[in-house]
Ligand binder design. Sequence first.
Ligand code: SME
Length: 164
Amino acid sequence: MSESIIVSGSTKKEKYESLLPQIKALVKGETDSIANLSNIIAALKFGMDYFWVGIYFVKQSSGNKYELVLGPFQGPVACTRIAYGKGVCGKSWETKQTIIVEDVDKFPGHIACSSLSKSEIVLPAFDKDGEVKLILDIDSEHLASFDETDKIYLEKVIKIIENI
Ligand code: SME
């Protein structure tokens, strides 16, 4: 494993192309999923210079109730629990879709963990039965930071996450 992530390129596409093999190398040979997720989150945060990057796990809270619970993240402290269908994360879990939010103030029910967050992208990762097992949430301090390029490359990161 290299000691640091060095992202080259000027366009977003070039940066992701540079980062992806480094993320694959980071998790190679390590079997602990929390260790691997933590390093992937750090690589995305510092490689791409996002404001906040983190995981929410789908966890059983009581009885048949499931919630999203905060996992490894980099950035300011965040909300610990999110209900099914609530906020962008809960909506991504419910719809099983990647959601891009150009302006968080215009997303009905958006949960503001930090007032500095202006746009976000949220992606679900699935278990072997096709159920959502976790959510990857990335926030930016700028409006409309995320587009189809982020979706394409971050869904590749999700494939790595699904296999660790
Ligand atoms: N904004 C998210 C909540 C998580 S924080 O952004 C870290 C949402 O609406 O689900």
